[in-house]
Design a protein around this ligand. Structure first.
Ligand SMILES: *[C@@H]1O[C@H](CO)[C@@H](O)[C@H](O)[C@H]1NC(C)=O
Length: 379
């Protein structure tokens, strides 16, 4: 257990970092929000085979899989400006993905013979004919706990589910009842969520959850929310799901920075991630045993990430501690911008793009792991 003084200091640092993010974000919001990218389908995408085994990729969760929903909502947590998207194929293109390039769902979609980018549901450049082959409801900054979404005014998970219901109605009107049902039941559902519940909510002490729950109780609460969510999308027709566990959240650059006095990863946070993951996995086993039609693959992000951090050279990585953008120690969203000095030349050498999110190269690796699990356990 941390000594009280060190803990108070860490908490103060964390709150200062959050305030700094909020203030600076507000300050440059007007400047940065002007350029709305016209996201059109990538012209270089290969034509999809006539009858892909998986008709669509449907995405729920947070910034690890948000392909641009936050662009159009009133939050400061955005990334639709340079240098985000600087390594997109076809030239720099900030889309609201928290990355220098694409996210795991994009790579998964492409590998399944579907479009190379999964469109954000709230992006007006796309319509139901696009969403019929893939759609993303995720929102950066959200969590399993309703209160997490409230911290930065993003889309709560229950609302992602409401959008999914609306999507189903639009899909029926567009494709007819039978085809809509087949798309919904045969689609691959990619779910990645949970980090913000701890790092933006519980440990940041901003919502009162830390006073209401012990960490163990909060883990149980989150797993119950995950169970509610899965039961709900199953009821609505989902059958094939991959659900990501937590990464070693104490090793994210921002957390390493906040831990500067002790150095290295925050082991206390990594322990929480392991405990939560064990509870999540037990819940998934129980849930799928009780619902024979539902298959849920657990993505061991913790192990996948730790493997890379311990053996970075397997992917040609040279830096697994700092983000590529700016100093790499604290910057994300508006603090990672065109004017930030220090941004690295070659993001391919980095695990992290900003202080919170992986580079495209790492996302491609995570996508590969997810697909392997999908073919082995879910399909
Ligand atoms: C989260 O918010 C929604 C909408 O207000 C509500 O229906 C749901 O019960 C809430 N969940 C919890 C656990 O409070």
């Amino acid at each position: 257990m941390a000594r009280p003084a060190a803990r108070r200091r860490a908490t103060a640092l964390r709150q200062a970092a959050a305030l700094m993010l909020a203030a600076l974000s507000f300050f440059c919001m007007c400047r940065c929000c002007r350029a709305r990218d016209a996201a059109a389908d990538n012209p270089s995408s290969p034509p999809a085979p006539p009858q892909p085994k998986v008709p669509a990729v449907i995405v729920f969760g947070d910034s690890t899989v948000d392909t641009g929903n936050n662009n159009g909502i009133g939050t400061i947590l955005k990334s639709n400006f340079p240098p985000y998207g600087r390594d997109m194929s076809g030239g720099p293109r900030p889309t609201g993905r928290f990355c220098n390039g694409r996210l795991p769902p994009d790579f998964i979609s492409e590998a399944l013979g579907l479009p190379p980018l999964v469109p954000a549901y709230l992006d007006p450049a796309y319509g139901i004919e696009d969403f019929a082959r893939g759609v993303c409801f995720a929102s950066a900054g959200t969590g399993l706990d309703n209160k997490t979404a409230g911290v930065l005014s993003v889309i709560p998970l229950w609302k992602e589910v409401e959008y999914f219901k609306e999507y189903k109605r639009r899909l029926r009107a567009h494709a007819g009842g039978g085809a809509a049902r087949r798309i919904v039941s045969d689609a691959l559902y990619v779910v990645s969520i949970g980090t913000n519940d701890f790092l933006e909510n519980y440990f940041l002490l901003v919502t009162g959850r830390f006073a209401q729950f012990t960490v163990a109780e909060f883990e149980d609460f989150l797993v119950a929310q995950a169970e509610w969510f899965l039961a709900e999308i199953h009821r609505l027709g989902a059958r094939r799901v991959t659900f990501a566990g937590l990464s070693p959240i104490g090793c994210l650059p921002l957390e390493r920075t906040l831990n500067a006095l002790r150095g290295g990863c925050i082991e206390e946070y990594n322990q929480v991630a392991r405990d939560y993951n064990a509870k999540l996995l037990a819940m998934l086993r129980r849930l799928t045993a009780a619902r024979p039609g539902l298959k849920v693959g657990y993505i061991n992000v913790y192990q996948n990430m730790l493997d890379l951090i311990t053996n970075p050279s397997t992917l040609g990585l040279e830096n697994v501690e700092e983000g590529c953008c700016a100093t790499g120690k604290v910057e994300m969203s508006y603090l990672c911008n065109d004017k930030s000095p220090g941004t690295c030349e070659d993001a391919g050498k980095y695990f992290f793009w900003d202080s919170f999110h992986p580079t495209e190269k790492v996302n491609q690796f995570f996508a590969k792991k997810t697909l392997e699990l999908f073919y082995e356990k879910v399909l």
